[in-house]
Design a protein around this ligand. Sequence first.
Ligand code: AMP
Length: 408
Amino acid sequence: MSFHALDLEPRLLKGVEALGYTSPTPIQREAIPHIMRGSDVVGCAQTGTGKTAAFVLPTLHRIPPRGGLKALVVTPTRELALQIGEVTRDAARFTGHRFVVIHGGVGYEPQLQKLRKGVDVVVATPGRLLDLHNRGAIDLSGIEVLVLDEADRMLDMGFWPDVRRIINLLPAKRQNLLFSATMSSDVLRIVQSTLHEPVRVETSPTATPVENIHQAIYPVNQMQKSDLLVALMKREGLDRVLVFTRTKHRADRVHRILERSGISAAAIHGDRSQAQRQRALDSFKAGKTRVLVATDVVARGIDVDEITHVINYDMPNSPDDYVHRIGRTARAGASGSALSFLAYEENAQLQDIERKIGTTIACEDLEGFDYKDRIVPSADRAVPTKTRAVFSSGVMGRRGGRGRIGRR
Ligand code: AMP
C-alpha cells in the first residue's frame, strides 16, 4: 500500500516523499483515515512504530496553513518534542504550515518570537506551555486538534495535573488524539474522561518490536557489572550501544568507567542541560560515541537508528520500561540485541518482565569472563503466571503487582 491511497492533501504527500517514507506503517494505515475523518482516536503504539507521522500527517491535513493556532501536541520530554518538531517540519515543507516547539531548559525569546509571528501547530512539554500561557504569550482558544503523546509516560512523570490544566484551557469542541505505549487503568481513565467515542487503533501484538530482538539475561554480581560491561564492549559487533541505568548518579558513574577504559561514551539524564543532552545525542547519532548511557526518563526521546545493542545495566523497575528500553533497538524492522545484567537482588523485576512478555529470557555468559559469586536463574523455570493479556480488548488494569516492581 502506498501513501497515495490515504488521500492526503497532495502537498503533504510531497512532504512524505521528502521524509523518504514509501509505504505507511501499520499504525499509520489504521490511524490516518480515522483522524482525517475527524474522529477521536486512541492509539496503542510504542515509539518506533511510526506513530509520530500517524498523527502529524492527518492533523496537518485537517488544519489550514496560516490559519492561526489550531493544533496542539503535548508530549512528556524535550527530546520527543524536538523529534515531533522535526517530523512536522519535514511534513509541512510544501504546505506552509508554521509550528513552534516549546520546552523548558532553554531561553524564552526564540519561542516567543515564533509565537508572535504566528503558528498553526504547537508541540510542547506541559510545564513551559503553561508558563507561556500564564505570561499571556499563547492563545489556546482556537485549538481544534489536541494530541496527547505518550500519555502513559506523562502519567508516570507526574505531568497529569499540568496536562489537565492545559485541557481546561481548550475549547470543549475539538478532536482528541491520544497515543500511549501501554494502556494501564490510569490511561484508560484519561481516555474515558477526555476523549469522545474514540476509535481505538493499535499495532498488532506480533508487530511489537520485542519480536525482532534477541533478548538475553547476563546473571552477574552487582559488584562486577562495570567489569562485565567493559569486557563486553571489547567484543565485536557492539557498534552502537545504549546502556540503561537505574539512577542519574549511576549513569554518570558508568559513563566515567567507560571513558577511563578507552571506550567513547556519553551520558544523558534529567540533570543534564538541554544543550548537553542534544550534544550527546548528536554525537551518538553521528557514530562519534559508541555508547550512550541513559536513564528511563530520557529514553523516550532517543530515536536513533541502528542501535545494535541495548544493555540494561540495571533491570528496569517496571516491565513497561523494559519494553520501552529494548524497543530502542531493532527499529524499522532491523534486528538488535537486548542484554540485561541481572544481579540476584533484581530477580523480582525479571519475573515481572517475563510475566509481561509471556516468555522466559535465556541466560547467556560472556566467555572468558571471571564471574564471582552470582546466582543464575534456573533454565527450566516456568513463565510467571500471566495475569492479563497486554493487548486484549478486555479489562486492562495493572493487576500483577506494581508494589513489588517498585521495590528498591
Ligand atoms: P516513531 O514511532 O514516530 O518514533 O517513528 C520511528 C521511526 O520510523 C522514525 O525514525 C521515523 O522516521 C520512521 N518512520 C515513520 N514512518 C515511516 C514510514 N512510513 N516509512 C519508513 N519509516 C518511517
